[in-house]
Ligand binder design. Structure first.
Ligand code: UDP
Ligand code: MG
Length: 310
């Protein structure tokens, strides 16, 4: 008998716990036929609603349902990592609780691994139907930018919904960084990967946990985790302005010698000073951002703290 571990990060998903279970178990027969047991691990990311009670209720009826509960909200990345660490399945799949990751794709994913020899099967949405246009616009910009800046390919519309072999999971777990950006790490570890596309499905119940601001921070973190180009930007603009001022100094001295002293030029002085000090602060800011990441990395705090496990 082999084991498929399904990891589901949940943050205030009380309305979806039961629905998810029902939808997932529609695949039960398929996997039973192939001698694969399913275990379902809900990772409660510090929910303040009845999420934990709902999971316990399911666990009373079906022992294949398990719970890892955090002491507070640590974020989805931490929940994914905890799920990968706590499960021992021969196959592991990560899915959202709100049914935006259709469980009906699982048989196809399993076949890609077992019959076609892939190590992981990833999914991407081909459209962003039902999403506010402005959010889609910024999301597209983000993917364009990060792919220009990073050597690891980060696919537009990629979900965290991914079917993995044990070997692939162990590789992901060996990446021990604190500031995790799973979408990048999955690509970084390599292996043979297949992409499956599907139409965007709207969240079943409840509301999205991602505000625009949270997404913006996530995007900046992603770029910083997979690229050091912003740092080079600081260095190159510095170099550019050094060359520029060198030419400007020579020009100013030449003008003074040729035409004598002039006291005008005050507006240009103000412009240059404010422009350059703006760029300087911006560059110091970039360096500061990387420094703060390095700081949290060096502290080596645990990614999450477990309060309860069933
Ligand atoms: N989630 C989580 N911790 C958080 C935020 C979200 O575990 O701090 C979970 C959430 O319960 C859901 C998944 O991550 O299962 C995706 O969240 P959501 O549906 O809100 O994001 P969206 O689909 O809108 O990008
Ligand atoms: Mg969702």
């Amino acid at each position: 008998m082999k084991l498929l571990s399904v990891i589901v990060p949940c943050y205030n998903e009380q309305e979806n716990i039961r629905d998810f279970y029902d939808e997932l178990m529609k695949n039960e027969a398929f996997f039973k036929e192939r001698d694969v047991d399913i275990e379902l691990v809900y990772v409660n990311d510090g929910s303040t609603d009845k999420t934990v009670d709902m999971v316990k209720e399911l666990n009373n009826k079906d022992k294949r349902v398990k719970l890892v509960s955090f002491s507070r909200n640590f974020g989805k990345e931490a929940a994914i990592y905890a799920g990968l660490e706590k499960t021992a399945g021969d196959y592991v799949v990560i899915m959202d609780c709100d049914l935006q990751d259709p469980p009906a794709l699982l048989p196809e994913m399993y076949k890609a691994v077992e019959e076609e020899g892939y190590d992981s099967v990833a999914t991407r949405r081909v459209n962003r139907k039902g999403e506010p246009p402005i959010r889609s616009f910024f999301a597209r910009m983000f993917y364009k930018m990060i792919n220009r800046m990073s050597k690891t390919e980060i696919v537009d519309g990629a979900r965290d919904y991914r079917f993995m072999t044990r070997q692939f999971v162990d590789a992901v777990l060996s990446v021990k960084e604190y500031n995790r950006f799973s979408k990048g790490i999955f690509g970084w570890v390599g292996f043979k990967n297949k992409w499956i596309e599907f139409e965007n499905v709207e969240r079943r119940k409840g509301e999205t946990k991602w505000s625009f601001w949270k997404l913006f921070i996530y995007a900046v973190d992603g770029i910083m985790a997979f690229s050091t180009i912003p740092l080079s930007f600081a260095a190159f603009t510095g170099l550019f302005f050094c060359l520029f001022s060198f030419v400007f100094i020579i020009f100013t001295i030449w003008r003074k010698l040729a035409f004598g002293d002039e006291t005008n030029g005050w507006p240009s002085l103000v412009c240059i000073i404010s422009l350059i000090s703006g760029i300087q602060l911006f560059c110091i800011g970039i360096v500061g951002q990387y420094l703060s990441k390095t700081y949290t990395e060096v502290k080596k705090r645990p990614l999450y703290i477990v309060k309860e496990e069933i």
